[in-house]
Design a protein around this ligand. Sequence first.
Ligand code: A4P
Ligand code: MG
Length: 190
Amino acid sequence: MSEVKRLYVGFGANLGDPLATYGLAKSILEQKLGDIVAESKMYESRALTLDGSPSQTNYFNAVIAFDTDIAAGRVLQILLETELVFKRKREDSVRWAPRPIDLDILFYGDSVISEEGLTVPHPELQNRDFVLCPLLDIAAEFKHPVTNDTIRALESSLNSRGCIRLIIRSFEIAAEQVDASAGISDEFSV
Ligand code: A4P
Ligand code: MG
């Protein structure tokens, strides 16, 4: 039997109904990958765009942790199949296009994988506050297996202003409560 790994999956969406998508995606992934062991808050933030222009609608980002014995390559397949349920289309020529869902493998235990089509840990995670802030909720002391930095250290070296400056809204997600109007807090409005 294969070893059980703590898998961190990043969720991002800025088309359609991201919160409803998140609820459904989570239940699909739970069936296919195993029990969810931790879940971040949901963060709404401005889209990071290639040219820095505020031309896209806001993103919703969260991170979910699973314990799974499914091989990393198969996990990626499951994530890509789940994206297709939400009609995610990829246009090769367009980078960072708006999307109804993006699911990334952030960490797969302490595995370091560099294969055609799969790089783990996710190569950009240390540069992205919209990934590090939700990770901080559930894995602050987890060490990046390549750099050995904790998530807390990565986040604080990325942006000295801290997560609070990133956030337009953040809110707790109850499993049965994925309505966009539910539970939204203005606490972090900027
Ligand atoms: N792939 C390789 N490694 C992995 C991995 N660890 N996890 C391959 C998942 N996939 C991995 O992915 C292309 C291919 O990467 C996959 O088919 C898989 O074989 P993709 O999702 O189509 O690529 P992409 O998302 O269009 O491009 P890129 O550059 O990865 O963009 P990102 O990182 O997804 O960024 N602003 C905010 N606020 N929040 C966001 O979430 N996201 C983006 C897009 C831009 N701005 C954003 C956000
Ligand atoms: Mg992706």
